[in-house]
Design a binder for this molecule. Sequence first.
Ligand code: ADP
Length: 328
Amino acid sequence: MTRVFSGVKPTGHLTLGNYLGAMRQWAEEDQHRSDALFCVVDLHALTVDHDPARVRRLSRQAATLLLASGLDPERCTVFVQSHVDEHARLSYLLECVATDGEMRRMIQYKEKSVRERERGGSVRLSLLTYPALMAADILAYGTDEVPVGEDQTQHVELARDLAVRFNHRYGHTFTVPRATRPKVAARVMNLQDPASKMGKSDDTGPGIVYLLDEPDTVRRKVMRAVTDGGRGVVYDRAERPGVANLLEILAACAGGDPEALAGGYDSYGALKKDTAEAVIEALRPVRERHQALCADPAYVDGVLRTGAERARGMARPWVDAAYRAIGL
Ligand code: ADP
């Protein structure tokens, strides 16, 4: 059976981008057709400036939202990365296979290191080596497919390269994984700045729809979305990124094709109104399940405990095999 692995970082509240670009596909498709693991990758949250108590809180919230988004612990494995030592154990071996140059070429490293310096902070070494840990997350499970949004494609490519290089150098050990993407909304953009992605760790709150936003907040944010100059509603990602983003969000939430949907609107106002309502409807079941799960913390504890045990059992043979292949 196909093995699928993916994760979310607890660096902020989860967004509509995380949901449409990744989580929804995990719940609706991946867990039904594969042997899947979904993880809150909390060690990755330590690569940038953070408050430890907040990371802990956000980790718990992200795990609860994974379940609220429809992941069924009877069908897939849901766990927290730091509960499974194999990730860090394998990451070191992959750092020994990766090069400094390929790490420095990662777009996210370039962007985030500039941001850290602008904020007056120093750049943590782990921000540079982050893709080795992400490769370990993936390779530790013999993963075939990694369903991610467009922004993560480069990191999955690197994981592939490291798997191939390791296999070549030490003998066949790892499955070579590939990234998969949702058909629409693989890159949801910030409503206030459609040139940048809707990222949870950015501080531009008004352009970000969070999964736990109240319906009125969603409505306000979508109605105030930046639209483009030019008349008429057309789907053109390059020239009209604000409108294209709304059309993609609407298509992802209510069904249909962004280009075909454009033909049904003659004003931005009507498009925004329908988009807001479609987002509210799409998020309603997630918010309701989240509320129910928060009332039953023992259940969530149990899922994460069982998930970590299961994940450990799946990862250990792969990681042991990597150490053995090197002769350690
Ligand atoms: P971020 O901190 O940017 O939200 P994560 O690594 O936690 O990043 O993202 C979890 C998943 O959500 C990844 O598969 C990522 O590609 C996807 N994702 C994040 N932001 C977006 C977005 N704006 N549009 C589509 N997918 C996204």
